[in-house]
Design a protein around this ligand. Structure first.
Ligand SMILES: NC(=O)c1ccc[n+]([C@@H]2O[C@H](COP(=O)([O-])OP(=O)(O)OC[C@H]3O[C@@H](n4cnc5c(N)ncnc54)[C@H](OP(=O)(O)O)[C@@H]3O)[C@@H](O)[C@H]2O)c1
Length: 260
């Protein structure tokens, strides 16, 4: 049985751990977490082993570093002296060459997102030169349990971090704003939430299943002189596209600054 150790059981590490515990009985999963409160809540998850220190783990096939970027170096330098097959860092902005240099192990860099918790995640993956074909398929299978996986060159990571890593926050904000707007039009919060979330998943599924440009799909909803074009006109005039463009640019810049 392959052993996976996740260091840091917070928002991201906790989502990965919970998903693996519920879907991958063939893996032995241990979470290493310094916060007593987080450890306590992870102890309740069936199939997870929880410990305070990485030293207690001894060795593992795959170590996933899911701590905040400033803590990654300390964790990986500690991992260097342990028997570990592949080290995976999910930290924003930490380049693969540093993951390899600090850990001295075969390394991969992954940018997942929090919907991984329910198997609807998007993970972008890049492998370092020391990774064998076997190690590569173990890492891919771990992240495939959490949703879709896309292998990209590391130069695309700042863009991926800004789009899919941080993206759930943008979508939650849009959902919240639309639900509030629906409530202002007299709907109950529960009804508005169902209307908005189903519209998001339905529209996203149509884009995924279609080869058409989104403008063509948008045209299907936007009859001249109709209702939708009134709203689209407001969104265009007030600059929704520009706002999103700048938000993604800022997030990508921040990710690239963190690498320095
Ligand atoms: N959240 C996301 O949506 C997301 C998406 C993609 C990538 N990431 C990446 O995932 C990493 C973790 O982010 P997060 O949002 O999950 O942060 P988080 O919620 O703060 O989780 C990190 C956890 O690690 C614990 N910790 C700190 N030092 C530790 C150590 N030496 N050993 C074991 N545990 C330790 C922290 O405890 P204390 O709070 O007590 O320090 C905390 O519970 C970051 O590098 C981030 O860039 C996050």
């Amino acid at each position: 049985m392959k052993k996976v150790c996740i260091v840091g059981g917070g928002a991201m590490g906790g989502a990965i751990a919970r998903r693996l515990a519920s879907t991958r009985e063939d893996l032995s999963v241990t979470v290493c977490e310094t916060s007593a409160a987080v450890r306590e809540s992870l102890c309740l998850v069936k199939g997870l082993a929880v410990t305070e220190s990485l030293v207690d783990v001894g060795g593992c096939d795959v170590l996933i570093a899911a701590v905040k970027p400033p803590t990654v170096r300390r964790v990986l330098e500690q991992a260097a002296s342990l028997s570990i097959g592949t080290v995976v860092s999910v930290a924003a902005g930490i380049p693969l060459r540093l993951v390899e240099a600090w850990s001295g192990k075969a390394s991969a860099r992954v940018m997942p997102n929090t919907p991984s918790l329910i198997g609807e995640g998007m993970s972008v993956v890049s492998f370092g030169g020391m990774v064998s074909e076997d190690q590569r398929s173990v890492v891919l299978s771990i992240f495939e349990a959490m949703g879709q996986v896309l292998e990209l060159p590391e130069s695309s990571f700042d863009a991926a971090t800004a789009l899919s890593g941080a993206g759930p926050a943008y979508v939650y904000l849009l959902i919240e704003a639309l639900v509030d707007a629906g409530c202002a039009q007299g709907l109950t919060r529960l009804d508005a939430r169902q209307l908005v979330t189903t519209t998001f998943t339905g529209a996203a599924a149509m884009v995924q299943q279609s080869t058409e440009h989104t403008a063509v799909l948008r045209d299907m909803v936007t009859s001249p002189g109709g209702v939708t074009i009134e709203a689209v006109g407001v969104l265009e005039k007030l600059g929704l596209r520009g706002i999103l463009w700048e938000a993604v640019e800022k997030a990508a810049d921040k990710s690239s600054q963190m690498a320095q």
